[in-house]
Design a protein. Sequence first.
Length: 209
Amino acid sequence: MLRAAVVVLLASGCDSSPPRRQLDLDHVTVGAARLRTDTIGDGQFAERATFTLVDAANDADEGAYVTLAGELLAGSATVGAFKPQSLWVPARGQRTFALVDSERQPRPTADGARVVIKGAAVDPPPIAHLEGVHDLDDYGKRVVQGELVNDADRPGTAMVIASFHDAHGEPMTRPFEVVAMPANGRLGVQFVGPPGSVRGELYVGDLAY
């Protein structure tokens, strides 16, 4: 039986720059972590690794960049670590994180996960965002569509992420695409979920300009 635990841990360091204001981490809740081992990446970058899809919700009145990390466990022993991931989670919103083994390896002995909330930095939302997001049923699976809007006066790239959940609210898949954005431009995006998906969402991940 898979075990999961959530730990709150504020990261510390020796950076001399002023610390970013952190959201009270009592406002961040993390769902159950269920391990999977499957192919990640595409083409020449495809490889098998152990990962988990886990939801994080923010019930505060302001958004924050939430960072999750953690460990893979076999009994009480640590057999791997998840690579940290940060996502903008809006006020009263939720995002699905894909935490992947930091060495991008399968961990066949892992039977549990410890998810760590490392921080929730209060910063402005991503300058590129999605508008008009809606999902619809397509013969037993969800299709989610929206418009990627780049408000910057320069071109860039955005990781557009979709997440699909089943009837029990559990995350099923979290596909993504890196999209080239024109300056002050708009692009339509669409993702198709797996059979049995009943809810689809879209959001922006990493940006580069």
